[in-house]
Design a protein around this ligand. Structure first.
Ligand code: DGP
Length: 115
């Protein structure tokens, strides 16, 4: 039995709509449905093999580096180039979708805060 696809797999398959801002053969990026900053993007490897960033880093560090490069590029294209990168890892850290993704938060974030 296979697990049901996550919401991100359904976005990648275009089964549900999203505001896609970047796509290549391995990575997709779209705007978060519940933005927590003026610019709030999700950068998502298309593979569903990795539930979180540690699993991705262990198995495919080059793909993780590509995720970071896309995040930086989009922060420059869609905001002022400064950004916060967040990988929630585990339910007690707020992770709700267990398909690795980077939150890219940008656009006038307060100094000295993490929330
Ligand atoms: P996390 O809590 O780190 O697992 O982040 C999951 C994010 O996914 C959360 O900020 C909300 C976002 N999200 C959930 N469902 C959808 C959706 O259908 N479309 C979009 N664009 N974002 C979604």
């Amino acid at each position: 039995m296979t697990d049901a696809p996550t919401i991100f797999e359904r976005i990648i398959a275009r089964e549900i709509p999203a505001d896609v801002v970047y796509e290549d053969d391995r990575i997709i990026a779209f705007r978060d449905i519940k933005p927590q900053a003026p610019v709030h993007l999700l950068v998502v490897p298309k593979t569903a093999a990795y539930p979180d960033v540690a699993a991705l880093a262990a198995a495919d560090p080059e793909l993780l580096a590509a995720v970071v490069a896309v995040a930086k590029r989009l922060a420059g294209e869609l905001s002022d180039g400064d950004y916060r990168l967040v990988f929630n890892s585990g339910a007690n850290a707020g992770q709700t979708v267990f398909h690795v993704h980077a939150h890219v938060l940008a656009g006038g974030l307060a100094e000295g805060t993490l929330g």
